[in-house]
Design a protein around this ligand. Sequence first.
Ligand code: ATR
Length: 292
Amino acid sequence: MSHAGSKLTIDTATVMYGVFGDPIAHSKSPLMLNRAFAEKGLNAAYAAFHIKPGTLRDAVNGIRALGFRGVNVTIPHKLEVMDYLDHVDEHALAIGAVNTIVNRDGKLTGYNTDGIGYVRSLKEEAHFAPKGKTVVLVGAGGAAKGIGYALIQEGVKKLIIANRTPDKAYDLAKDLQAWTETEGIPLTEIGSYLEDSELVVHTTRVGMHPHIHDIPFSPQHIHNQLLVSDIVYNPLDTRLLSEARLRGAKTHGGLGMFVYQGAYAFEYWTGLAAPVEAMREAVEASFAANNP
Ligand code: ATR
């Protein structure tokens, strides 16, 4: 039976969850995860917590003290939080960031579901199999590292990292070269690399609301054998994606990465398959309500 839309009743048996971030007011995670709990008929509730600098340690101890079952962690706390956990999963450790905490009888384990959420979205929505492919990542920050690492786990042949600040591209290429062939390049040189690639993943915030006319790189080298993937999901359709379509490329938007990183968190916490379509619908409905 679907409990979608049923009223949330909080009582003494309710299992508590949340998200820690700063800022946090625009997070779509509470409505997405509460919809997932309702859909599965679980007595659980998920709230947003504005955790300011210097208070993260106390907040994490609060998970233990209050018996929260799980917490998501977002900007700017994904690195620091690792210092306060009992265990960090090996993949999260390699990426150097935690976005999901699971509380097992007072012991906190940190995971990273961003990269694997991205890959699941790429497979399910764009039907793209990364194995053996040449991929260009645009950006060399935390998002690029998580996605690059997850793509490597899937067996990509070569990862090219293109970044505005070339040194950061070289550094990330070096970090990831233990697992596959990598190359760091200045963003200005992306054109010729796109010609030999099957997937380009844009991992920066260029083009995000309110700068919706910005584009991270010149689209002139986008070709019709390329899948263009943008992790920006506000707006759902970015300028990069529309320029890519004009050139006959396939496109993949960023909403799925958000939905699937939450789906993995739900699955780690509950052991149940996440109601992915209901979660996506909850986020889309919220966007539609905000942009009538
Ligand atoms: P995140 O965790 O979201 O990846 P981050 O670690 O701060 O955030 O990394 C931001 C990335 O976006 C970097 O690759 C950054 O490029 P620089 O290393 O040159 O700063 C990239 N970025 C941000 N604004 C950009 C812009 N206007 N044009 C190109 N790249 C941009």
